[in-house]
Design a protein around this ligand. Structure first.
Ligand code: PHE
Length: 397
């Protein structure tokens, strides 16, 4: 019932939005003159605040650099930012505002897949291109041909996490803790479970659920402890994951925990501390990567923001740069020219790897890194690069 209602709301909203000619803000007047208005929506506050904050800094750095270099054919780019407070409903409201009140010509966001899934239909029905830097759930770009992403998807990430546990940790008995109201978490759980159960050598012996923002995970952890797993997956976000691991250690659970990209946050170690030693998580990038493109980015970023950039900062930066590149090639913000230019992004040299978008508007062949947490520090455990011969298998140690 609830779902039907929200679909109707989105449909009505989009009728209203397409019926009213957009009221412009700034000096954006048409496809080829005036400032270019780019909307950004993200979790600048709330449970996943570091997701939005890190992404924002990456976007701003890229746009500042583009504007300093002359903008897009002499036009400056203005970023209009909306905080959705880490809430899906607010994500939809933010995008509606950016389109109907601010008349933005493209949108960057969100990080959390559920927020992107809530907002993307509004971008699609108004033909405003949306680039999510980091939403990995498969459904996001399926919403329509105006929806793009810069990151790998969970149907790839989940099996990589599972194979890492099977091959590198020699796991035989896995447990999974799922954030049940989060599309990212339920999607990853499904593919991790399939990969483990079809391995022939391991099985999922325990499954428990929680909701983002819970504070007591002991009941689920006590049940998990009783089935004696040798690895525990938490395909969720950093705040919950760090607390779950801390409480698990208090209960005497010694098994390693394995997470996905949702663990990436400067707050992870701050909250989880020592409890996280011996744990691993999948990620898009590692700030200690010796590659020149990463070293340059880390240097420039540190000068601008005084912190070491994580994966979200890097993906926000890549998303904004891909958009700038497409704007230059399109020479206009008119549709469908801008959409088509984004869609034809090929071999763009991103910090998180070269970006070539496939027909499904997902990048092709992006690498995954597995981060190991040891002695309160992050290090690179392995890189899985599908462009190399051993793609898909954990390789270099
Ligand atoms: N991939 C996560 C999602 O789709 C978001 C995320 C990406 C979080 C990268 C941290 C780092 O919900």
């Amino acid at each position: 019932m609830k779902r039907t209602w929200s679909v109707v709301t989105v449909a009505l909203l989009s009728v209203v939005l397409t019926a009213c000619p957009p009221k412009g803000e700034g000096t954006a007047s048409n496809g080829t003159t005036g400032d270019i208005l780019v909307g950004e929506y993200g979790s600048l506050s709330g449970a996943q605040a570091t997701f939005g904050q890190s992404t924002h800094q990456g976007i701003i750095l890229a746009i500042e650099q583009a504007n300093a270099a002359g903008g897009v054919k002499g036009r400056q780019i203005k970023v209009l930012t909306e905080d959705d407070q880490s809430k899906q409903e607010e994500a939809a409201n933010a995008v509606t505002k950016l389109i109907s009140q601010n008349s933005v010509q493209a949108i960057i966001g969100e990080v959390a897949s559920s927020a992107s899934i809530a907002a993307a239909p509004i971008c699609q029905s108004n033909k405003v291109p949306m680039i999510t830097p980091s939403s990995t759930n498969e459904a996001v770009t399926k919403i329509g041909d105006y929806i793009f992403r810069m990151c790998f998807i969970d149907n790839y990430q989940g099996p990589v996490m599972a194979r890492f546990a099977l091959q590198e940790l020699h796991s035989r008995r896995a447990a999974i803790l799922t954030d049940v109201r989060n599309d990212y978490s339920t999607g990853l759980t499904k593919v991790i479970e399939e990969t483990i159960n079809s391995s022939g050598t391991a099985k999922v012996v325990g499954k428990q659920s929680y909701s983002n923002g819970d504070s007591d995970f002991r009941p689920q952890l006590t049940t998990i402890k009783s089935v004696n797993p040798d690895v525990i997956f938490i395909p969720g976000y950093y705040g919950d994951a760090a607390q779950i691991v801390s409480q698990a250690r208090d209960l005497g659970i010694k098994a390693p925990f394995v997470g996905g990209d949702g663990w990436e946050s400067p707050k992870l170690l701050e909250i989880g501390g020592k409890a996280l030693n011996g744990c691993y998580y999948a990620n898009h990038y590692f700030s200690g990567d010796p590659a020149a493109v990463v070293r340059n980015f880390v240097d420039t970023y540190q000068k601008r923001w005084n912190v070491v950039p994580g994966a979200l900062d890097a993906l926000g930066y890549d998303a904004a740069n891909v958009l700038v590149d497409a704007l230059k090639r399109a020479g206009t913000t008119d549709e469908p020219a801008l959409r088509d230019a984004i869609a034809s992004t090929k071999d763009f040299p991103g910090v998180t790897g070269n970006i070539t978008l496939g027909p499904d508007r997902n990048p092709v062949g992006k690498k995954i890194v597995i981060i190991a947490i040891k002695d309160g520090k992050m290090s690179l455990a392995t890189t899985i690069d599908p462009s190399t011969a051993n793609g898909g298998v954990a390789a270099q140690k």
